[in-house]
Design a protein around this ligand. Structure first.
Ligand code: NAP
Length: 209
């Protein structure tokens, strides 16, 4: 599959390296430095190219949005139409100083992105910390972390769930896109545990019976 990635930062590159290993072709886009974009693609693997956000959208069977909340509008403008595209957003609406969320519980980054790109087949997934993706294994003592994903397009969700499985995590269907307003604060909880509480690399595991 071709995966166009908007955002060549910690998350884009962290997920991208798993997808290259699984045989996908990538196109990275949207960095303020073209040198950084090229070096990220080169580090991720031979099947990773670079382009503009609009080119990444054209290229991708799936488009991944992996930018900071403050850059979302600009990135979407640069991307152009996402009509009909399966879009995986891992965006959380973190304030720049990580002290809180810009939106939450009554809406979410994902719902706002859906409003900005109403034709996109949007799925939100809140993957593990980038440092976990960049570590030798995303597993914790052999256990796969849970990654919640949500969206309103079942076919798009199935495609994203397969891509999440390739990250060696356990994807759990968290329901419709509006549940992103609960999933995103759970990501903020992990940020608090990791940084404010000093717990370091943490992830979630859902227990069910
Ligand atoms: N990091 C995590 O552990 C984690 C976990 C779950 C969810 N998330 C969410 O995933 C998203 C991406 O996180 P990340 O850690 O990958 O971020 P990041 O490392 O800062 O990457 C963001 C990317 O967006 C690009 N960008 C281009 N123009 C920008 C602008 N004007 N302002 C800001 N960025 C711009 C950056 O380009 P440059 O190359 O120029 O910097 C970079 O390639 C965020 O919404 C975050 O909340 C992150």
């Amino acid at each position: 599959m071709n995966i166009g990635i908007i955002g060549a930062g910690n998350m884009g590159s962290g997920m991208g390296k798993f997808w290259v290993k699984n045989g996908h072709n990538l196109m990275f886009s949207y960095s303020r430095s073209s040198d950084k974009l090229k070096s990220v693609a080169a580090a991720v693997g031979e099947t990773a190219a670079v382009g503009t956000p609009a080119e990444a959208v054209q290229f991708g069977d799936v488009v991944v949005l992996a930018v900071s909340w403050s850059a979302v509008e600009d990135a979407l403008q640069a991307a152009g139409s996402l009509d009909g595209k399966v879009v995986l957003s891992c965006v959380n609406a973190l304030l720049p100083d990580m002290s809180g969320l810009a939106v939450g519980t009554s809406t979410s980054a994902a719902e706002e992105i859906a409003r900005l790109a109403p034709g996109a087949r949007l799925v939100e997934a809140m993957p593990v910390f980038a440092e976990v993706l960049h570590s030798p294994s995303p597993r914790f003592e052999g256990v796969q972390p849970t990654v919640f994903y949500c969206g309103d397009d079942e076919e798009a969700k199935a495609i994203v769930a397969d891509l999440l499985r390739e990250l060696d995590v356990e994807p759990i269907d968290a329901g419709p896109l509006k549940n992103a307003r609960y999933v995103e604060p759970s990501g903020m909880l992990l940020v608090q545990l990791a940084y404010a509480q000093g717990m370091g690399a943490v992830a979630m595991k859902l227990l069910q019976r």
